[in-house]
Design a protein around this ligand. Structure first.
Ligand SMILES: Nc1ncnc2c1ncn2[C@@H]1O[C@H](COP(=O)(O)OP(=O)(O)OP(=O)(O)O)[C@@H](O)[C@H]1O
Ligand SMILES: [Mg+2]
Length: 492
């Protein structure tokens, strides 16, 4: 089905012209005033909107927040005959996804609408996913679309109904705890408590009393009885986090609790029965720990009845745009911002290898949402280590994504400062290119150029004309180079 496009323009011939250009790809609905546009939005549910900034006596800009009040995910492209830096800045601030100056090139317009549409689809998909997850898990903190993660979740779902112990393995930040919580939420124990103990965070002596509790007088300072985490988790789920760090002596005691279903609080005469489902997590290679004698084999088999391995984020890159979008939404709400990431920005995130996995992505998004003054983030709005290509293309290789129109460039033209000041910024902020002693000269030159161009784009906020001036080359030459450079050809 063709996507629906709402065209808001008070000039009938313009609406007609747009119809001629776009009717093949879009189902059009038109509105000649702000009021009509809101009505169409409520009734026709368009996927995106094209709004003329001059709507007779009305101000098209004022319409943007109203449209977003009804549909926060609606990407709005602004059409303006008054293409000035000021209107572009205002449009983007008012929530436009992008803008197209009149007279427009039909291909340019289609390209801009395409980008907006792909963005909108991602936004809706995240929303759907969050709704679905909320329905299923009673929470929406778990986003996954990659086949690898869906397989993990399918197993998690299947084992949730049993009391079988699950050992969740995976690199740091992959979402082990998130999956553990999902298993609990899906299990018949979901109304009971979910208690997590970090076995790496406490010294051996404290860990034992933390897990099993103690009776009054069990040791100096133990004035009254304190239940342990096992008791706290009674009727629910206990997560032994970082289980590989559990001291050997304690491992034997845990094994006993699991076998007998009862704990001995320190100083207690009688055991205390506990009904607990045990999940455990580790980012270490637990079988290898067993091999080297640091982890008891019998406990390993007891805990790993169902082993679940969460793949690192770099092995499931499809999840990256969804996760990024999910975090952007979350932090926008938290910090009262309205930041978006452009398709090129998402592509840059998708190309990075994320050694810190989902946690690193989440932290990056939080940090960027807090600090940015922009509404739409492009590749160079992220720190250089994210967008630095690990491998540059050989010359002649097609660009990852090329695009001509440059709204953010215009926005950034409001960036105060002269070319000289930028040059100063460029010098002071541009880190040295990474060591490239092992690269052929041509690759090394490309890498150095990539670095310089990226920095020039960054300090000029993505304005290509100004970046070219700063680099001492023509805009045309810069555009040529950008086409060949991964991660840079997009605009913010
Ligand atoms: N699939 C996901 N969807 C949404 N958020 C996720 C997902 N996976 C991880 N996160 C988020 O990433 C962060 C790290 O996740 P989590 O704490 O579960 O990782 P971990 O594997 O337990 O890491 P560690 O080994 O360091 O303890 C958390 O803020 C979590 O909410
Ligand atoms: Mg964890």
């Amino acid at each position: 089905m063709r996507p629906r496009l709402l065209v808001v323009d008070d000039e009938p011939h313009m609406a007609w012209l747009l119809g001629q250009i776009l009717a093949e790809e879009y189902q059009l609905c038109t509105a000649a005033s702000g009021e009509e546009a809101l009505a169409r939005l409520r009734e026709d549910h368009p996927d995106l909107a094209l709004v003329d900034l001059r709507l007779g006596q009305e101000d098209g800009l004022a319409l943007l927040p109203e449209l977003h009040r009804i549909d926060p995910g609606l990407p709005v492209i602004v059409l303006t005959a008054y293409a000035s830096v000021k209107t572009a800045v205002q449009a983007m601030k008012a929530g436009a996804f992008d803008y197209v100056p009149k007279p427009f090139d039909p291909d340019e317009l289609k390209l801009t609408l395409d980008r907006a549409l792909s963005h909108a689809r991602l936004y809706r998909r995240v929303e759907e996913l969050e709704r679905e997850l909320r329905r299923r898990y009673g929470q929406a903190d778990l986003v996954a679309v990659s086949p690898q993660m869906l397989r993990v979740l399918a197993v998690a779902e299947k084992v949730a109904s049993s009391d079988a112990p699950v050992l969740i393995m995976g690199e740091s930040g992959t979402g082990k705890e998130v999956v553990a919580r999902a298993i609990h939420a899906l299990s018949p124990r979901h109304a009971g408590p979910f208690v997590a103990v970090n076995c790496a965070a406490l010294p051996e002596s404290l860990l034992e009393s933390e897990l099993f509790g103690y009776e009054a007088g069990a040791f100096t300072g133990a004035r009254s009885r304190k239940p342990g985490r096992f008791e706290n988790a009674h009727g629910g789920t206990l997560l032994l986090d970082e289980v590989a760090d559990m001291p050997l002596s304690l491992q034997a005691k845990i094994l006993r609790v699991l076998e007998e279903g009862q704990v001995f609080p320190l100083g207690a005469r009688r055991p205390c029965p506990v009904d607990v489902r045990v999940l455990s997590c580790t980012n270490r290679d637990l079988p290898a720990e067993v091999q080297r004698g640091a982890f008891r084999e019998d406990l390993y088999f007891r805990l790993a009845v169902i082993p679940l391995r969460i793949p690192p984020l770099r092995e499931r890159r499809e999840d990256i745009p969804l996760l990024a979008q999910h975090f952007v939404k979350f932090f926008n709400e938290k910090y009262g911002k309205q930041v978006q990431i452009s398709p090129e920005g998402l592509q840059a995130l998708q190309s990075y290898h994320w050694p810190g996995n989902v946690r690193e992505l989440r932290n990056l998004v939080e940090h960027t949402v807090i600090l940015t003054e922009k509404r739409v983030l492009g590749p160079w709005d992220f720190p250089p280590h994210i967008t630095r290509p690990s491998q540059l293309p050989t010359e002649g290789q097609p660009p990852a994504h090329a695009r001509g129109h440059d709204p953010a460039g215009a926005v950034a033209a409001s960036h105060p400062g002269t070319s000289k000041q930028w040059a100063g910024q460029l010098q002071s902020s541009c880190p040295a290119p990474p060591p490239s002693g092992d690269l052929p000269l041509k690759q090394a030159r490309l890498q150095a150029e990539w670095w310089a161009i990226r920095e020039a784009l960054r300090v000029t906020g993505g304005n290509r004309t100004q970046a070219a001036r700063l680099l001492g080359i023509s805009r045309r030459a810069l555009l040529q180079k950008l086409k060949k450079m991964p991660g840079l050809s997009g605009t913010s």
